[in-house]
Design a protein around this ligand. Structure first.
Ligand code: COA
Length: 326
C-alpha cells in the first residue's frame, strides 16, 4: 500500500518582532519571568494587511515551490486554525482563491494546537484512498487578535505565523507516515477557552469582555499537556515496537519549554534530538509544528530516512501524534 509522504514544506511569519522587553512596557512582567517560565524570548505579531489567510497562502506558496508543483496540481486544501479571518468563509477557501487552485476542495479544521496533526491525519486518509492526490495541509494562526493585551498571564505566551506541507502517496519502501493517533477530552474544555463571538455568546450577549479573548488555567493546562503528550507518545512508540532512543527527531507543539523538557525526559530522548524554536515564535497554536518542521527541513536537521515523532496538545482538550519516516 502507498504511504503518505511530505514532499514540500513552507512557512511564513510576520516581519514585526515583539520582544519580552517590548512586553515589559505593556504589562507588569519581566523578560526574566517570561524566559524562565516559558522559554519565549520574542514572538511575531501581524501588522495591517497580514491576515491569517495571507500567512497561510504565503506558507503554501513556499511549500508548493519546494515540492515543485503548481496550485493546479492540488486536489485538497486543509487549514488547521482557531483564528480564521472570519467564521465564514473558511481560511482554506481564501487560500484556494489566492493560489488559484482551481482543482481543489477546501476546508478548515478546528482542533486548536493539535490542529495541524489532526489535518495531517485526515490528509493521510485521503492519500490512502487515492495516492495520486497532492494535498496542501496548513496550520495558520493570528492569535494576537484573540489575546487580551492587558492580561499578563496569557499575552506573553502567544504569537502569529503559518506553516504548510504538501503530501502525496509514495511506494518508496517504508518512507512516509507510519502511524497516527488522535485523542480528545471535551470534559476539560473550561480550562482553556475563547468563549466570545461564537453562536452561544453573540456580540450582544452579556458575556464579560475578557471572555472574548483566550483564557486559561495555566497550571492545569500544563499538567494535562505533559500527561497527555507523554501517554500518546508512549502509545505510538509501543505500537511500533520502538523506544524514545530510536527517534532521530522529536517535534512537539511549542507551548512551553518546560513542557517540552518534561516530555523529553519521560521519553528518554537526548536534547540534540528535540527541535525547539519557541524562543523565536512563542506559542503559535496550529502553526507551531509545521513552522518547526519547515525550519528543521531547511536547516538540515531532518534528513531522508530519519524517524520523526510529532506530538501536540491543545484546548478542547485535544492531543495527537504522527510518527513518520522522512
Ligand atoms: C502559563 C504558565 C507559563 C505559567 O507558569 P506557572 O509557573 O504555572 O505560573 P503561575 O500561573 O503559577 O503564576 C505564578 C505567578 O506569576 C504571576 N504571573 C503570571 N503571568 C505573569 C507574567 N507574564 N509576568 C510576571 N508574573 C506573572 C502570577 O500572577 C503568579 O503570581 P502569584 O504567585 O503572586 O499569584 C504555565 O502554567 C504554562 O505554560 N501553562 C501551560 C500553558 C499552555 O501551554 N497553554 C497552551 C496549551 S496549547
Amino acid at each position: 500500500m502507498a504511504q503518505t509522504v511530505i514532499i514540500g514544506t513552507g512557512s511564513k511569519v510576520p516581519s514585526r518582532v515583539v520582544t519580552n522587553a517590548d512586553l515589559e512596557k505593556m504589562v507588569d512582567t519581566t523578560d526574566e519571568w517570561i524566559t524562565t517560565r516559558s522559554g519565549i524570548k520574542e514572538r511575531r505579531i501581524v501588522t495591517a494587511g497580514e491576515t491569517n489567510s495571507y500567512l497561510a497562502t504565503e506558507a503554501a506558496r513556499r511549500a508548493l515551490e519546494a515540492a515543485d508543483l503548481t496550485p493546479q496540481d492540488i486536489s485538497l486544501i486543509i487549514v488547521a486554525t482557531m483564528t480564521p479571518d472570519m467564521p465564514m468563509p473558511s481560511v482554506a477557501c481564501l487560500v484556494q482563491k489566492n493560489l488559484g487552485a482551481i482543482q481543489a476542495g477546501a476546508f478548515d479544521i478546528s482542533a486548536t494546537c493539535s490542529g495541524f496533526l489532526y489535518a495531517l491525519t485526515v490528509a493521510d486518509r485521503f492519500i490512502k484512498a487515492d495516492p495520486r492526490q497532492k494535498i496542501l495541509v496548513i496550520g495558520s494562526e493570528v492569535l494576537s487578535a484573540k489575546v487580551n493585551w492587558q492580561d499578563r498571564t496569557t499575552c506573553v505566551l502567544f504569537g502569529d505565523g503559518a506553516g504548510a506541507v504538501v503530501v502525496t502517496g509514495s511506494q518508496e519502501g517504508d518512507r512516509g507516515i507510519l502511524t497516527t493517533h488522535l485523542r480528545a477530552d471535551g470534559s476539560l474544555w473550561e480550562l482553556l477557552t475563547l468563549k466570545g463571538c461564537g453562536s452561544r455568546y453573540p456580540i450582544d450577549s452579556d458575556l464579560p469582555r475578557e471572555e472574548f479573548f483566550i483564557r486559561m488555567n495555566g497550571r492545569e493546562v500544563f499538567k494535562n499537556a505533559v500527561r497527555a503528550m507523554e501517554s500518546v507518545a508512549l502509545e505510538t512508540l509501543a505500537e511500533m515496537g520502538l523506544k524514545g532512543e530510536d527517534l532521530d527527531l522529536l517535534i512537539t507543539h511549542q507551548a512551553n519549554i518546560r513542557i517540552i523538557e518534561f516530555l523529553r525526559e519521560r521519553l528518554a530522548i537526548p536534547a540534540e534530538k528535540v527541535f525547539i524554536n519557541i524562543h523565536k515564535y512563542g506559542n503559535t497554536s496550529a502553526a507551531s509544528i509545521p513552522l518547526a518542521l519547515d525550519e528543521a527541513v531547511r536547516t538540515g536537521r531532518l534528513k531522508e530516512g530519519d524517524l520523526l515523532l510529532m506530538v501536540a496538545f491543545g484546548g478542547g482538550f485535544t492531543w495527537a501524534s504522527v510518527l513518520m519516516k522522512w
